[in-house]
Design a protein around this ligand. Sequence first.
Ligand SMILES: Nc1ncnc2c1ncn2[C@@H]1O[C@H](COP(=O)(O)OP(=O)(O)OP(=O)(O)O)[C@@H](O)[C@H]1O
Ligand SMILES: [Mg+2]
Length: 157
Amino acid sequence: MRLVSRSPGETRRAARILARRLAGGEILSLVGDLAAGKTVFVQGLAEGLDIRERITSPTFVIHRFHEGRLTLDHIDAYRLAGPEDIEAIGAWEFLGAAGRVAAIEWGDRVEPMLDRFYRIRIEPAGPETRTLSLETIGGDVPPAFIEALAEIAAGHP
Ligand SMILES: Nc1ncnc2c1ncn2[C@@H]1O[C@H](COP(=O)(O)OP(=O)(O)OP(=O)(O)O)[C@@H](O)[C@H]1O
Ligand SMILES: [Mg+2]
């Protein structure tokens, strides 16, 4: 499933709408180069989960969490030496846990350790244009995702 975003605000909005439909236990792998918009997407997820705290790139911290309607675990896998390192940050305690949503920047680096997740790939298609593609890995596309995409396309706030 693909979407085109024409501004950071549109990327945040798409993520916000998606976040409102998350039930907890989801793992989102965010894939895209430097400055693709992964953190912008996580900011939108936070908005959709009613998180007030500011979301910044956690690069030096690897893992931060924020309380909202669901707890958002924000992970940056950029500095992990290998996929196994995800274990060293205690990830098995929270990845996939009820009442939590994980968003992993540079998620492709840890995907080999995950058996069920969503991949959101963000690719630049112009200075302010990004192609967002959503895939489900290891499971079916949940109806909530299809509903979210319909809502995004329909121009809801
Ligand atoms: N359509 C768009 N969606 C998202 N970001 C956009 C868009 N157009 C321009 N941008 C800009 O691209 C940059 C994205 O930065 P962001 O920190 O989200 O990238 P990132 O993928 O998290 O990078 P890093 O790998 O360094 O963590 C921001 O400066 C943002 O304003
Ligand atoms: Mg980032």
